[in-house]
Design a protein around this ligand. Structure first.
Ligand code: NAP
Length: 236
């Protein structure tokens, strides 16, 4: 759907008595202006991915950060030490806000430094690192997260040198098409713990589903296997 069709699409869903909707790229920021109320998660992320239609009113929230944390927790991989986020787009901001809420120190690095600085200005407590220092900074990190679109299907892979990594480093990717990225495989080859992006996708859907249908779904192996069956395991 083109960006200019967003308002009509939402009005159409409300007219057809939908309970709500998920919003994805490239509409997550633009949809804020169409919401009547925003919760803290949407305000802090500067974007919404979950809408609840309530008596004609649109309530917006952002469950990406919550989904990221829930997935790490589910897998027993949520560290308490500092995190380095690669990228400074919408996913990075939602994840940075959620990590800060967990009391985890956050550093952001981005190809375009100005975007990382904008993110840090919106989220006090976030530190900024020049892009060319991302590998050297790894020694001090407990968590490394790729939130760039590199590695996604039809994009170049994200190459990364993990030589400086502590053996306890957890490496997470938000990319979920393909299921396994070269970034994760390189980390795994060094013996590091890796976390795929599909788990975040599943967990970010839980709060919306609960609000729309009154049932809180459980993210288990059966759901994961069902979804994974439709996703290429490696880049084609
Ligand atoms: N698993 C999930 O549930 C989930 C949820 C949300 C998003 N995602 C995924 O997260 C990814 C990012 O989404 P987004 O909404 O944050 O996108 P976005 O706002 O467009 O941000 C894209 C980021 O990727 C960086 N980037 C793009 N090409 C690059 C390159 N060649 N070299 C270095 N950096 C590059 C951009 O850097 P510049 O600023 O320098 O351009 C920016 O930081 C997508 O793959 C999306 O599918 C997954």
């Amino acid at each position: 759907m083109p960006p200019h069709g967003l308002a009509d699409a939402i009005r159409g869903l409300i007219a057809e008595s939908y309970a709500g909707a998920n919003v994805t790229i490239p509409h997550k920021e633009a949809v804020l202006a169409l919401c009547d109320t925003l919760d803290d998660s949407a305000r802090r992320a500067g974007a919404a991915n979950t809408l609840v239609f309530d008596g004609g009113q649109v309530r917006g929230s952002n469950t990406d950060g919550q989904g990221f944390i829930a997935n790490l927790r589910d897998q027993g991989a949520l560290p308490t030490g500092p995190a380095l986020i690669l990228g400074a787009g919408g996913a990075a901001r939602a994840i940075a806000a959620a990590l800060l809420s967990e009391g985890i120190a956050v550093t952001v690095t981005n190809r375009g430094l100005d975007r990382a600085e904008t993110l840090a200005a919106a989220l006090p407590g976030v530190s900024v690192l020049p892009w060319d220092q991302r590998e050297a900074a790894l020694a001090d990190m407990s968590l490394l997260v790729n939130t760039t679109s590199l590695g996604m299907q039809d994009q170049p892979p994200l190459t990364f040198d993990f030589a400086q990594a502590d053996s306890g480093l957890v490496v997470a990717d938000v990319v979920y098409i393909p299921l396994r990225t070269r970034f994760l495989d390189t980390a795994a080859e060094r013996g590091l713990r890796t976390v795929e992006g599909l788990g975040m996708l599943l967990h970010q859907a839980v709060p919306g589903f609960a609000a729309w249908f009154g049932v809180t779904p459980v993210v288990d192996d059966e759901v994961r296997t069902l979804l994974a069956a439709g996703i290429p395991p490696y880049a084609t």
